[in-house]
Design a protein around this ligand. Sequence first.
Ligand code: DHB
Ligand code: MG
Length: 220
Amino acid sequence: MATYSDALSSYIRQTFAREDEVLAHIRQAIPERGLPAITVQPEEGRFLQFLATVCDSHLALEIGTLGGYSGVWIARGLASGGRLITIEKIPARATVAREHFQLAGVAERVEVRVGNAHDLLPGLGSEGPFDFIFIDAEKQGYPAYLDWAVVNLRPGGVLAAHNAFRHGAVVDPSHHDPATKAIRNFNRRLADHPHLVSAVFPAGDGIAIAVFRGKPRDNC
Ligand code: DHB
Ligand code: MG
């Protein structure tokens, strides 16, 4: 079996996940603007675009905008007339992201909401259901975001969550930090959830994915 490697990653990038000038610029600009260099890798971004497309996203949600790199990939996968709402806690990051959405020509389709996702999500429920939800925010919040997502995805809708591997810490028993514990808890619950079919896309830092099958009706 081939082991996923830097060489295979670059092969995927060159074959399936070529960045245009705008995406390459945004990925480079994020650390230059003082934001942490923790955006998804190009092959992960392409996969997000794929997921947004495959579930015919008229309404998508991202939790954790950062500089807008993953948001541009998702916006490019939206259905015609589709919208992405993306939540960012830190106003300076939201400002950079809005510039990047303008640059990419997707600003009409993308709305950045500034605030703590735990505060904003309860009010967002009435705007749903959502076709696609991508989680890439503070790791201790993941289990609560999962609870919200299973209530607010449409049947057939897709959930994706970055950092499923937490840079390898999920399988290293010496890691007991709260963020790693939260990711292990999230992955386990995603895998065992009776209303989800889940898997992991094992490129980059791993993207956990699940499709919401819908809840069986109470009376049948
Ligand atoms: C961290 C967060 C991320 O979402 C990521 O992709 C990489 C690192 C972090 O908080 O360290
Ligand atoms: Mg991440």
